[in-house]
Design a protein around this ligand. Structure first.
Ligand SMILES: Cc1ncc(COP(=O)(O)O)c(C=O)c1O
Length: 402
């Protein structure tokens, strides 16, 4: 049998989904499993969006234009202008979620051996997108002690090589919840301008900034407009991950023209889904801003719960709906499996996303986990109690094993 491609070997199993069989087995044993591992919003999709789907008068579902339906591109343009972000419909390509937008963007800007700088820990699928586009992700390590901030351009500059094509900036960040400061964004802008780089701005969590913090889209650097590609999505802000609609947008004509060829090769994005999100894109800013308060209450519950666990000094998430934290354990991978296989507290256990899957650097993040805020605050507080009991029991179990 011939061997499979070297490229396939670069695709890692999702660290978020690979615990599913253990979680399923725990549920089958009658345990109440609290899923902190996955960023799938628990709140309902807006009824307005579902009503729009039911009301669509479609008689023939032909291929949509590869760049997206005119109404959908106009709606995305209106959505961006509600954030003072200026993209004309023809500067926008509608994609199958931000996932496809990132894959195409990486391929267009750096495909075939280019390097892209990424802060780590990072959104785990970036690594698989990069593998598909034949791009090397070059990590800029961030530390929990710094709240996963990088401070100045120093760390970026150290990683630039003649092959560096772009910086990928996820702001607010999944997995850390970090919202980069103005000074940090200025630093990224300076590095991009001085070293002739693109900036890929993943702003799918743009609305979710806590504690009254300002949302700073990277598009504010208008002098860099030609270097910027924004990737965006309806998944999280409209509780609609299954709709699979996102976009990429750039004022760089060549980038959009070349990306369109990738769009043409996959023909089109589903018609009904493009249309069903139009009203929310046009008028949905207040809806998603309304979710922010709820996520902040949840963040507070998780932060308070983690702070009460001996040996844990949590980082206070500033946005998105995640946090990453270090636990007093040697291996988050083993701990996550142990939680599902060998532990319960008052009939409950938790499913965590182990840290290493969010790092490009091998061996990094071994004692870290990512937590998503996908339950109400009281349930998250319960989950933190389960985690506290587990950390204590695990230390005891480790001593017994020795
Ligand atoms: C930072 C980030 N970018 C992109 C995506 C992909 O989003 P979509 O559902 O639009 O493909 C996600 C999904 O979790 C994400 O967290």
């Amino acid at each position: 049998m011939p061997s499979l491609s070297a490229k396939s070997a670069r695709l890692q199993e999702s660290p978020i989904r690979k615990l599913a069989p253990h979680a399923g087995a725990a549920e089958a044993r009658g345990l109440d499993v609290i899923y902190l591992n996955i960023g799938q919003p628990d709140m309902p999709t807006p009824p307005e969006m579902i009503a729009e789907l039911h009301g669509l008068a479609l008689s023939r579902l032909a291929y949509a234009p590869s760049e997206g339906l005119p109404r959908a591109r106009e709606a995305w343009s209106a959505f961006f202008s509600s954030w003072d972000i200026d993209f004309a419909p023809e500067q926008i390509l509608v994609t199958a979620g931000a996932s496809e937008a990132i894959t195409f963007t990486l391929a267009v800007l750096a495909g075939g051996g280019g390097e892209v700088l990424v802060f780590e820990p990072c959104y785990t699928n970036y690594l698989s997108f990069a593998a598909q586009a034949d791009v090397t992700m070059v990590p800029i390590p961030l530390r929990v002690e710094d709240g996963y901030h990088f401070g100045s351009e120093e760390r970026l500059l150290r990683r630039i090589t003649p092959r560096t094509k772009a910086i990928l900036l996820c702001n607010p960040s999944n997995p850390t919840g970090t919202v980069y400061t103005e000074q940090e964004l200025d630093a990224v802008a300076r590095v991009a301008a001085e070293h002739d780089l693109f900036v890929i701005c993943d702003e799918v969590y743009r609305e979710f900034v806590f504690d009254g913090g300002q949302v700073h889209s990277f598009t504010r650097y208008r002098e860099l407009a030609e270097r910027i590609v924004v990737v965006d999505s309806v998944s999280k802000r409209f509780n609609a991950c299954g709709v699979r609609i996102g976009c990429m947008a750039s004022r760089n004509r060549e980038v959009i023209d070349v990306a369109l060829r990738f769009c043409q090769a996959r023909l089109s994005v589903p018609t009904a889904e493009q249309l069903m999100v139009v009203p929310m894109l046009e008028h949905g800013r207040t809806y998603s801003e309304g979710l922010r308060g709820e996520y902040q209450v949840r963040r507070d519950a998780v932060f308070a719960g983690l702070s009460a666990i001996p040996g844990v000094r949590p980082h206070r998430s500033e946005g998105s709906f995640y946090t990453m934290t270090r636990l007093p354990i040697a291996s988050a991978e083993e701990f996550a499996v142990w939680l599902l296989r060998d532990f319960s507290h008052a009939g409950r256990t938790i499913c965590l996303a182990p840290g290493p899957g969010f790092y490009v650097t091998p061996g990094a993040g071994v004692d870290e986990v990512r937590l998503a805020f996908m339950y109400s605050a009281p349930r998250l507080s319960e989950a933190m109690q389960v985690l506290g009991a587990a950390v204590e029991a695990y230390a005891g179990a480790a001593v017994v094993d020795r």
